[in-house]
Design a protein around this ligand. Structure first.
Ligand code: SF4
Ligand code: SF3
Length: 548
C-alpha cells in the first residue's frame, strides 16, 4: 500500500504498511483500485462530454466512489470489492455509449475487466494501480493533489445530490480531472487543472449551501446544550443532514432523544431541526474522541459520513454502531439507502435505543454557533460598525479539521492568546480545539463565530466577499482577515483549493504542510499564493496582527 492523503500520514511521507488511521493494507489497495476504475469511467465519460453529454448516473457514481475513499469512511473490503465491480459495469456502459469515439490506444483502466474476487484483490495489489505508478515525484504530487481535491468536491456534490441538487459542470469536471491523470500532460496544464478544481470546489460548496438552506432554512444563532437528559438517546455523526432530518422525524414521540456528535453539531443551528423537542444537543468532542464518547453514550450511534475510526479492543459499542450511506465497518449494521421518494428506515436503531441506558454526562453547559452567511450578514451593520470603530481589529479564519496530533494544541493556544479585539471565524471540526473556551464577545458579537460544517467554509468566503464589497476594496487580501487553517482529510484540501481560487493569499496551514506536496509543488504554492506552514503561537499571532 501507499497512502499519503491525510495530515497524519506516516512521517509526513506516506503510510506503507498499515495506515496511521488504522487502514489495513488490503483496504488501502482496494481503495486505490476503486479510484483506478473511476479513472476508466472518467476517460469514457470525457469522450461523451466532448459530444455535449454528461452522464449523471456515472457522475453520481464517481462522487460516491471517491467519497468512499476519503479518510475514515470505508473499512469493509467486501463493500469495496462490490463497488469496484459496479464501477466496471458503469464504465462499460459509458464505453458502449461512446462507441467509435473511444478508438485508439486505450489505457488499462478502460480495458481491464473482472468480476472475480481473487482477481480483483490481485489487481489491487499490482503496482500499476498505485499512486507510486507515477515515477516522477512532481507529476505524482500534482496528480494526487488534483485527485485529493476531487475527493472533497465529490463528497460535497454527493451531499447536494442527496438533497436533489446536481450540476453537469461538476460531474463533467470530475471526469475531466480524473481522465487527465491518465495522460502525460505538461506541468502548466496540470497546475491549471488543480486551479479548476478550486473553482469547482467553490461551485460545489455553493450548490450544497443552496441545497441545505432550501431544505432546512438558514442556520441561526443557537445555544447548543452539551449536557444530557434522562432518556435513552441516539447519537448521530458525520455530515449528512438528510439522515438527520429522517432520524428526527422517526424518533418523534418514541421517548428517545437525539444528540449530535462531531461534524453533525451544526445541525443544531437549522430551524427545521431546532423545532424538535427531543433534539437534545451535542455530545462529546471531535471525531478522534469517539472511542471514549461512543462508549459512555450508552445508546446507538449512527455514522452518516466520515470520520469513523477503528474500534479499540476494550470498546463495547460495536453492537450499537450503525453505518449508512458511504460509510461501512465490518460487524456494524448498515442502514440501507432510501428508495426514490422514500426515507431510510431507522427503526432498528430506535428499537435498540429504547433498551439502552441514557448517556453518561461528560460535560455540561452550552456552546454557541449558527453564524453562517445569512446570520452574519443579518448582523452586518453591527460587524461593520465594530470594524470601523476599531472594536474588531482583525478576523482570523481558523476553519478546517481536527486531528489527534499534539501539535494541534497550537490552535487552542492561538485562540486563547489572540488579542481580545479579534474574532475567530470557523467551520468544520477544527472548532473543537477552542469552541468550549470562554473567549467572550465584542459588543455582543461572540469572539468565535461558527459557520457550521467544513463545507460551510463557503459561508466564510461569502462573508469575506461581502465585507470586501462594503469596504469598497479591490482585493480580498486587503481585508483585515488572516487565515490559519487546520487540515486533516481531503475535504479540507478542496476547501483550500477553493480559497486559492478566490485569490486568498498568505494562508497558514497546519499542523504540517501536506505530505503529498513534492518540494517543487510546495514551492509553486508558496511562490504563487504565499502559503506557509504554521510556526510558533507567538510569532504567528504577531505576524497575523501585522497583516502578514
Ligand atoms: Fe495513512 Fe492517512 Fe492514508 Fe490513513 S488516510 S493510510 S493515515 S495517509
Ligand atoms: Fe472533521 Fe473528519 Fe475534516 Fe468536515 S469529521 S471536518 S476531519
Amino acid at each position: 500500500m501507499f497512502c499519503f492523503q491525510c495530515q497524519e500520514t506516516a512521517k509526513n511521507q506516506g503510510c506503507t504498511v498499515r495506515g496511521v488511521c488504522g487502514k489495513p493494507e488490503e483496504t488501502a489497495d482496494l481503495q486505490d483500485l476503486l479510484i483506478y476504475a473511476c479513472k476508466g469511467i472518467a476517460v469514457c465519460g470525457e469522450k461523451l462530454k466532448e459530444k455535449g453529454e454528461v452522464d449523471r448516473d456515472a457522475g453520481r457514481f464517481i462522487c460516491e466512489a471517491l467519497f468512499t475513499t476519503i479518510t475514515n469512511v470505508a473499512w469493509d473490503d467486501d463493500v469495496l470489492i462490490n463497488r469496484i465491480r459496479k464501477a466496471l459495469k458503469v464504465r462499460n456502459g459509458l464505453k458502449e455509449k461512446a462507441g467509435a469515439d473511444l478508438a485508439g490506444d486505450l489505457p488499462d483502466c478502460v480495458t481491464w475487466v473482472s468480476d472475480d474476487k481473487d482477481e480483483i484483490v490481485a489487481k489491487a495489489k499490482s503496482d500499476e494501480v498505485r499512486i507510486t505508478a507515477a515515477q516522477n515525484e512532481d507529476v505524482r504530487s500534482l496528480r494526487e493533489l488534483l485527485i485529493i481535491g476531487c475527493k472533497g468536491i465529490a463528497a460535497y456534490a454527493d451531499h447536494a445530490a442527496i438533497l436533489g441538487q446536481e450540476k453537469d459542470d461538476i460531474y463533467g469536471f470530475l471526469m475531466e480531472a480524473l481522465a487527465s491523470t491518465t495522460k502525460d500532460l505538461p506541468v502548466d496544464e496540470m497546475i491549471a487543472m488543480v486551479m479548476k478544481a478550486g473553482e469547482t470546489a467553490v461551485a460545489t460548496m455553493a450548490l450544497l449551501d443552496g441545497a441545505n438552506t432550501a431544505a432546512y432554512g438558514n442556520p441561526e444563532i443557537t445555544e447548543v446544550n452539551i449536557g444530557v437528559r434522562n432518556n435513552p438517546g441516539i447519537l448521530i455523526s458525520g455530515h449528512d443532514l438528510k439522515d438527520m432530518e429522517e432520524l428526527l422525524k422517526q424518533t418523534e414521540g418514541t421517548g428517545v432523544d437525539v444528540y449530535t456528535h462531531g461534524e453533525m453539531l451544526p445541525a443544531n443551528y437549522y430551524p427545521a431541526f431546532k423545532k424538535y423537542d427531543h433534539f437534545a444537543g451535542n455530545y462529546g468532542g471531535s471525531w478522534w474522541h469517539q472511542n471514549k464518547d461512543f462508549e459512555s453514550f450508552n445508546g446507538p450511534i449512527i455514522l452518516t459520513t466520515n470520520c469513523l475510526i477503528p474500534i479499540k479492543k476494550d470498546n463495547t459499542y460495536l453492537d450499537r454502531l450503525f453505518t449508512t450511506g458511504v460509510v461501512n465497518y465490518p460487524g456494524a449494521k448498515h442502514i440501507e439507502m432510501r428508495q426514490a421518494g422514500g426515507a431510510k428506515d431507522f427503526s432498528p436503531v430506535i428499537e435498540l435505543a429504547k433498551t439502552c441506558q441514557p448517556p453518561v454526562e461528560i460535560e455540561s453547559g452550552k456552546i454557541v454557533g449558527g453564524f453562517a452567511h445569512n446570520q452574519v450578514l443579518a448582523l452586518a451593520d453591527k460587524v461593520i460598525d465594530a470594524v470601523k470603530s476599531g472594536a474588531i481589529k482583525r478576523f482570523v479564519v481558523m476553519a478546517g479539521c481536527d486531528g489527534r496530533q499534539k501539535a494541534r494544541g497550537y490552535f487552542t493556544e492561538v485562540a486563547e492568546n489572540l488579542p481580545k479585539d479579534t474574532v475567530i471565524l470557523t467551520a468544520g471540526c477544527a472548532k473543537y480545539r477552542y469552541n468550549k473556551l470562554a473567549l467572550g464577545d465584542i459588543g455582543g458579537i461572540p469572539r468565535v463565530l461558527d459557520a457550521g460544517q467544513c463545507n460551510d467554509c463557503y459561508s466564510l468566503a461569502v462573508i469575506a466577499l461581502k465585507l470586501k464589497e462594503v469596504f469598497g476594496l479591490e482585493d480580498i487580501n486587503e481585508l483585515p482577515i488572516s487565515y490559519d487553517i487546520a487540515w486533516y482529510e481531503q475535504k479540507a484540501v478542496a476547501v483550500l483549493l477553493a480559497l486559492l481560487f478566490l485569490g486568498v493569499k498568505g494562508i497558514r496551514l497546519g499542523p504540517t504542510l501536506p505530505g503529498f506536496l513534492s518540494p517543487t509543488v510546495a514551492n509553486v504554492l508558496v511562490e504563487k499564493f504565499d502559503i506557509k506552514p504554521i510556526g510558533t503561537v507567538e510569532e504567528d499571532i504577531a505576524a497575523m496582527m501585522a497583516g502578514k
